[in-house]
Write a protein that binds this ligand. Structure first.
Ligand code: 5AD
Ligand code: FES
Length: 338
C-alpha cells in the first residue's frame, strides 16, 4: 500500500479499514517514516494565545464572534513580550503567536510585535496563526521577520466546508491564503479536525489529497471536541482512534512534514499525546500564555491548560517525552519539507 499514489476512493477505503484505530502495520510504517527523517526527537514550540477576540463565526469554535458568553481578552505588547522572555529563559526557540481574527491587531501592531521578538531574539523562529489576511498583510509580516504561518484548511471539501462555516467564509479563500503564504516563503502549516459534523472518510480522503498538493511544512490534526456555546454543542466529538489513523496516513503521505500531537488530542485522551507520537507525530506546543487568560482561550470544552502541557512545566514535559521513548528538542526545529 502506497498512500502517495492512491486515488480518493482507495484512500477513503484505507481510512474506513482503520476507522477504529491504525492497524499495527500502519502504525509501524508511520513511526518508521518519522524516525527515518526526524529520528526520535520531539520538537517543542511555545504557544502564546494573545487574543480571543474573533470576527469569524465558525460553527465549531468556542471563541466565535457570536458566543456572547466568551470572556474576551487581549494581551498587551508588553505582556506578549513577557511571555516570550519567559519562554526564552525556559529554553524555547520557537514562538507561536496565535489569536482570533481581531481587528484591534492591525498589521502595524502585528509587525511591531514580530519585529520586537525578532530583534531581541534573532535566533528564534516566529510563527503566526492569526487567520485569513490579504497578500499584502502576509508580505508585511514576512518583511517584519515572521518565519512560519499556521492556518488549518479545516476541511478540503467545498460542501463540507460550507456546513462548518458561515457564508462569509470560503474554502476557496482559505486555500488561496495557504498557497500565497507558501509563495511568500513562509514555512506553512495546514490541517483539519477529525470527526467534525458531517465528515465521512470521503472528506478525510480529500484532506489527504489536498495536503499532497499543498505540501505544507506542518500539519495540525486533532479530534473535533464540541463546545457548549456553539451551534455544534450537541454533536458528538471525533474519535481518538480515527485521529491517530489520520496522523499516521499524513505521515506516510508527507514523510518530511512536522506533525504536532495536538492539545485537542491530549484533551480527548489523557495519553493522547503519547499515542500521537506512536502514530508519527513529532511536535508539541505547550502553552506560554499567562495563566490568568488560559481558560478564556476556550476553543472547545475542557481544553487542557494546566499540567504537563503548560510551558512552565518543561521538566514534566521532558520526562513525559522521555518516558514515551523520545528526546525533547527545544531548538528552532525547522521542517525538512522544501
Ligand atoms: N474542536 C477541536 N478543534 C477546534 N478548533 C476550533 N474549534 C475546535 C473544536 N471545537 C481548531 C480549528 C482551528 C484551531 C485553532 O483549533 O481547527 O483551526
Ligand atoms: Fe473560526 Fe475560531 S472562529 S476557528
Amino acid at each position: 500500500m502506497d498512500i502517495k499514489t492512491m486515488n480518493a476512493q482507495d484512500i477513503a477505503c484505507v481510512i474506513e479499514d482503520n476507522k477504529n484505530g491504525p492497524s499495527d502495520e500502519l502504525l509501524a510504517a508511520a513511526a518508521q517514516t518519522r524516525d527515518k527523517y526526524y529520528g526520535r526527537e520531539i520538537f517543542v514550540r511555545g504557544l502564546i494565545e494573545f487574543t480571543n477576540y474573533c470576527k469569524n463565526g465558525c460553527y465549531y469554535c468556542g471563541i466565535r464572534a457570536q458566543n456572547k458568553n466568551a470572556h474576551r481578552y487581549r494581551l498587551t505588547e508588553t505582556e506578549i513580550m513577557e511571555c516570550v522572555d519567559q519562554g526564552h529563559r525556559l529554553g524555547f526557540r520557537t514562538f507561536v503567536l496565535q489569536g482570533g481574527e481581531d481587528k484591534y491587531f492591525t498589521d502595524e501592531r502585528i509587525c511591531g510585535i514580530i519585529y520586537a521578538v525578532k530583534s531581541k531574539y534573532p535566533e528564534c523562529a516566529v510563527t503566526l496563526s492569526i487567520g485569513e489576511k490579504t497578500k499584502e498583510s502576509y508580505r508585511a509580516y514576512r518583511d517584519a521577520g515572521a518565519d512560519r504561518y499556521l492556518l488549518r484548511h479545516e476541511t478540503a471539501d467545498e460542501a463540507h466546508y460550507a456546513k462548518l462555516h458561515p457564508q462569509s467564509m470560503s474554502l476557496e479563500n482559505r486555500k488561496k491564503c495557504l498557497y500565497t503564504l507558501r509563495e511568500l516563503g513562509y514555512q506553512v502549516g495546514a490541517g483539519f479536525m477529525v470527526g467534525s459534523p458531517y465528515q465521512t472518510s470521503r472528506e478525510l480522503a480529500s484532506d489527504l489529497l489536498f495536503l499532497k498538493d499543498l505540501k505544507p511544512h506542518m500539519v495540525g490534526i486533532g479530534p473535533f471536541i464540541p463546545h457548549s456555546m456553539t451551534p455544534f454543542a450537541h454533536e458528538s466529538g471525533g474519535s481518538v482512534a480515527l485521529t491517530l489513523t489520520m496522523l499516521a496516513l499524513t505521515r506516510l503521505m508527507l514523510p518530511k512534514t512536522l506533525i504536532p500531537s495536538t492539545t485537542a488530542l491530549g484533551t480527548a485522551d489523557a495519553m493522547g499525546r503519547e499515542k500521537g507520537f506512536a502514530a508519527g507525530a513529532n511536535v508539541v506546543m505547550p502553552n506560554l500564555s499567562p495563566v490568568s487568560v488560559r481558560a478564556d482561550y476556550s476553543l472547545y470544552d475542557n481544553k487542557i491548560c494546566t499540567g504537563d502541557e503548560a510551558a512552565q512545566c518543561i521538566v514534566c514535559l521532558k520526562n513525559r517525552i522521555e518516558r514515551a521513548g523520545y528526546e525533547m528538542n527545544m531548538g528552532r526545529g525547522d521542517s525538512l519539507m522544501d
